[in-house]
Design a protein around this ligand. Structure first.
Ligand SMILES: NC(=O)c1ccc[n+]([C@@H]2O[C@H](COP(=O)([O-])OP(=O)(O)OC[C@H]3O[C@@H](n4cnc5c(N)ncnc54)[C@H](OP(=O)(O)O)[C@@H]3O)[C@@H](O)[C@H]2O)c1
Length: 317
């Protein structure tokens, strides 16, 4: 089978497409003939080896050689003790632990996968698991009138988060680069801010901040929070996340605000509710571009350089 391989961390040029042996599913695992794999910022981070948490699976060199977490395709073989799927089943899920989606076949634990709703295409289904789970966790507790700010709102998770927050009745402010302001408005954002021209921490105050790309100081975040407000970050440089976990928690508590890192749940329970909303037509899946397997490097660059409005998908016919 053809697979996109990476032996070291680095720019997209370290990737190559090669023929490799077909993998065999172990106990509890299934082999999926991949039809589509969406790109997440976590894939780009796994390519370049930064932020630091991207190297948890291998400090000097990646232990997993094929990236691609969010897969959708058809089960073509099952390992021992697999009970939920059999060959021919159409599935999708976030294969965050094993990855391997940028290939014609991928091995995944059956627990990571769900049955693909027939109403969704493979490309649409692949776009949902990781970004949908982040958006769903990050908007939990949002209610009518909540003043919510989403930083990095024009990307994969943000596009879902804006829609979910609006449906919960929030007043949503989306922050991203100038090229994504109209896109965020089209998703329902009430206000938009270009982060290169304006500092969102000097606006507000906000009851909730969901930060997909934490770069600022905890004091700046605290300043933007209303009393009783809550800031949650999902990704960003390790030093920013550590500051939120340490100084942020204390600074927040002392002033009646909460600052923390959002640990997103994994597995179908985290993303299936979002897929159900997509099937119902309440939430739209926004795919900016699709790329063939040979152009995974370009697909990753599109996300890594922040050019994607919503999701980018690699399709394998
Ligand atoms: N905590 C967890 O359990 C967990 C689980 C899975 C993933 N994650 C993390 O979640 C994060 C978000 O992933 P994603 O796939 O949604 O990302 P994405 O699609 O790339 O979206 C991020 C958006 O933020 C924008 N951006 C970059 N720098 C910014 C800044 N300083 N201010 C405002 N916006 C900025 C980007 O555009 P520009 O670059 O053009 O500005 C892009 O539109 C990743 O870091 C990933 O590792 C966390």
């Amino acid at each position: 089978m053809r697979a996109v391989l990476q032996d070291r961390y680095g720019p997209p040029e370290v990737l190559r497409v090669e023929d490799v042996p077909l993998p065999t599913p172990g106990p509890g695992q299934v082999r999926v003939e991949v039809a589509a794999t969406s790109v997440n910022l976590s894939d780009w981070e796994g390519l370049v080896g930064s932020p630091g948490y991207a190297r948890l699976g291998g400090l000097r060199a990646p232990r997993i050689h094929t990236l691609g977490s969010d897969i959708a395709g058809t089960v073509d073989a099952v390992g021992e003790r697999v009970t939920r799927f059999r060959p021919g089943d159409e599935v999708y899920g976030d294969n965050l632990r094993m990855k391997g989606g940028f290939a014609e076949y991928a091995i995944a634990p059956e627990t990571a996968l769900a049955r693909k709703p027939p109403e969704l295409s493979f490309a649409q289904a692949s776009a949902i698991p990781q970004a949908g789970a982040i958006a769903s966790s990050g908007t939990r507790g949002v209610a009518l009138g909540t003043r919510m700010l989403i930083n990095g709102a024009g990307g994969g998770s943000g596009a879902f988060a804006i829609q979910l927050a609006k449906q919960l009745g929030a007043h949503v402010t989306g922050v991203d680069n100038a090229g994504k302001l109209d896109f965020m408005r089209s998703l329902g954002a009430d206000d938009v801010i270009d982060y290169r021209a304006d500092d969102f921490t000097r606006h507000g105050p906000y009851d909730r901040i969901l930060d997909l790309v934490a770069h600022r100081s905890v004091f700046a975040y605290r300043r933007a929070l209303a009393p009783g407000g809550r800031y949650q970050c999902v990704g960003g440089p390790v030093r920013s996340l550590l500051r939120v976990l340490t100084v942020g928690q204390v600074a927040g508590l002392l002033t009646g605000r909460r600052l923390g890192v959002l640990m997103v749940e994994e597995g179908p329970a985290a993303f299936e509710p979002v897929a159900a909303r997509c099937v119902a037509g309440d939430v739209a899946v926004h795919i900016d571009r699709t790329f063939p397997l040979d152009e995974v490097a370009a697909a990753l660059t599109c996300v890594g350089e922040g050019r994607a409005r919503g999701k980018v998908v690699v399709e394998i016919p």
